[in-house]
Design a protein around this ligand. Sequence first.
Ligand SMILES: NC(=O)c1ccc[n+]([C@@H]2O[C@H](COP(=O)([O-])OP(=O)(O)OC[C@H]3O[C@@H](n4cnc5c(N)ncnc54)[C@H](O)[C@@H]3O)[C@@H](O)[C@H]2O)c1
Length: 250
Amino acid sequence: MGVRTRPTRDGIPDATVSRLPVYLQALTGLAESGVPTVSSEELAALAGVNSAKLRKDLSHLGSYGTRGVGYDVEYLVQHISAELGLTQDWRVVIVGVGNLGRALANYGGFGSRGFSVAALVDAGADIVGTAVAGLPVLPLTELERVVRDLRVQIGVVATPADVAQEVCDRLVSAGVTGVLNFAPCVLSVPNGVMVRRVDLSTELQILAFHEQRRAASDLAEDLSSDLAGGLFDDDATIAPPVDLPKEAAG
Ligand SMILES: NC(=O)c1ccc[n+]([C@@H]2O[C@H](COP(=O)([O-])OP(=O)(O)OC[C@H]3O[C@@H](n4cnc5c(N)ncnc54)[C@H](O)[C@@H]3O)[C@@H](O)[C@H]2O)c1
């Protein structure tokens, strides 16, 4: 039986949803270079998937392309953006403005993808009141107010793990419906709230696993081609078994 991917509420499998941002990134690059249409093979190569998978993914959106012409790049950018909810502006609060929170706040790429960092919140007396990426760092006591007043939908947790659940609970009770968790722990959220965890060390471990498998299969391949290529002398004979003296054998 093949592997099934869980469909989302609107019938698009989760695995497809996770590839849509990759297609969107490739398509945005093409649109910026003025490319009007793209074949499924070209787009698949840019996205690093095979073209059958790409066609299947896009068919879930009702986008089939035109035989001999391919996909209309601008149309597909609009279509995928709408599907991902990127045509509306999402307001984000970053809680924890240390090394990671600071880097996220300073990252310019969110705005162009429909996400705006509305507020920064931290509990550290030395950080509160300073400005990061043009925004004041607010004290934790302001968390509920900024979520409500600025109609923040997404909370980014970039605090130490031991306080992450508490921060998450406060975000959720203030009205946040999506949580992006960078802290190395699992967060529980009530139904209706989605939490995604980003863990670079997990990704590195997955890379290491595949790297190790690849090295092992390269080694096996080398060995089998050495055997096939006659590394071992064809004329070599296997030494006959040595008769052990009776006392040693017994
Ligand atoms: N997912 C990843 O790949 C990844 C990568 C790097 C770091 N991290 C994790 O991200 C988190 C932050 O890492 P960092 O290097 O920025 O740490 P950091 O110590 O530089 O920053 C943590 C910040 O959180 C603040 N803070 C502490 N308790 C708080 C609370 N209750 N409410 C609000 N703010 C609070 C601190 O004042 C500090 O500014 C850690 O949990 C770390 O393990 C994850």
